[in-house]
Design a protein around this ligand. Structure first.
Ligand SMILES: Nc1ncnc2c1ncn2[C@@H]1O[C@H](COP(=O)(O)OP(=O)(O)OP(=O)(O)O)[C@@H](O)[C@H]1O
Ligand SMILES: [Mg+2]
Length: 271
């Protein structure tokens, strides 16, 4: 079996008991607000606690400022890692800000991606000479999907996986919010190109009862065993955490009672 990183995130460990292999590229898919960015931050925080490990964060969706605020919210103070050169941000967001741009420590490169190869070079550059291992995070790929043609984008993913993942032996995780059909469609193309696919969602049947239970599924992870079941999780003040099954059962029972009451009321009003 390949050398792996044990994520230290309980719900993910259930689905992925041996962790994520080095030299791989994984997609983290899901709708907005489901916790993709928190999951990346949590994974990188756990990864950095291993001495010498480094993280390269490619930020498309938000400013480096907002990114560090997210880490701080969960009490993950990365400033020490920034000063050690172990936490590096490639800022693909702030080129739009002009004079409103803030200087943020940790940013090693600011980039407006006009050519996809420039991103492969920038990330290889930032992730090569480290003494430990490197995790590369991209949050998210949506902008690139919108900006480039499908064939160009797929080619980029192939190169990125080959050079930054396999070549440098890094763990690469990239998010896609899959809210619209355009993104769903591209995911179908991508799935066979990548090593891992993790999907997050709000359970649709429980949502009908007004209970928004987040859950994740590891659809594939090459080279390691997976438990392909939907595992519920919560975003707590400590990050991505497992759901207490007893609490969940109690909430569901409560909702079921309410739904039955409502059903009785409604059938009564029909008489
Ligand atoms: N800085 C923060 N402070 C407090 N809670 C937060 C913060 N960031 C995220 N959360 C909580 O975590 C949840 C998941 O947010 P997250 O940003 O990870 O979603 P996402 O899947 O990345 O969404 P998107 O596709 O829109 O980027 C939010 O709904 C919110 O409840
Ligand atoms: Mg996000």
């Amino acid at each position: 079996m390949s050398k792996t990183f044990s994520t230290g995130i309980d719900p993910l460990s259930i689905a992925l008991p041996s962790g994520i292999p080095y030299g791989s590229l994984t997609l983290l898919l899901g709708p907005g607000g489901v916790g993709k960015s928190v999951m990346l931050a949590n994974l990188s925080w756990n990864f950095l606690r291993e001495p010498k490990n480094a993280v390269v964060y490619v930020a498309f969706d938000d400013s480096p400022d907002a990114l560090l605020a997210l880490y701080n919210y969960f009490g993950w103070d990365v400033s020490r890692y920034v000063s050690e050169g172990r936490f590096k941000i490639i800022d693909c967001f702030s080129f739009r800000l002009g004079p409103f741009k803030k200087a943020v420590s940790g940013v090693v490169r600011e980039l407006e991606v006009k050519d996809l190869n420039s991103l492969v070079y920038a990330v290889s550059d930032a992730s090569s000479p480290t003494r430990g291992s490197t995790m590369v995070l991209i949050d998210s790929l949506n902008e690139l999907i919108l900006k480039f043609e499908v064939s160009q984008f797929l080619d980029f993913i192939k190169s990125f996986r080959a050079v930054v993942g396999k070549g440098l032996g890094n763990i690469v995780i990239a998010t896609i919010h899959t809210t619209t059909e355009t993104f769903q469609e591209i995911v179908n193309y991508l799935e066979y190109l990548v090593d891992g696919v993790i999907e997050a969602r709000i359970n649709p049947s429980l949502m009908e009862y007004g209970v928004p239970v987040k859950e994740l599924l590891v659809r594939k992870m090459r080279g390691v065993p997976t438990n392909p079941v939907w595992v519920p999780y919560v975003i707590s003040d400590k990050g991505v955490a497992a759901v207490d099954p007893q609490k969940l059962a109690a909430v569901l029972q409560e909702r079921l009672k309410e739904a039955e009451k409502l059903k009785k009321l409604l059938s009564g009003s029909e008489d």
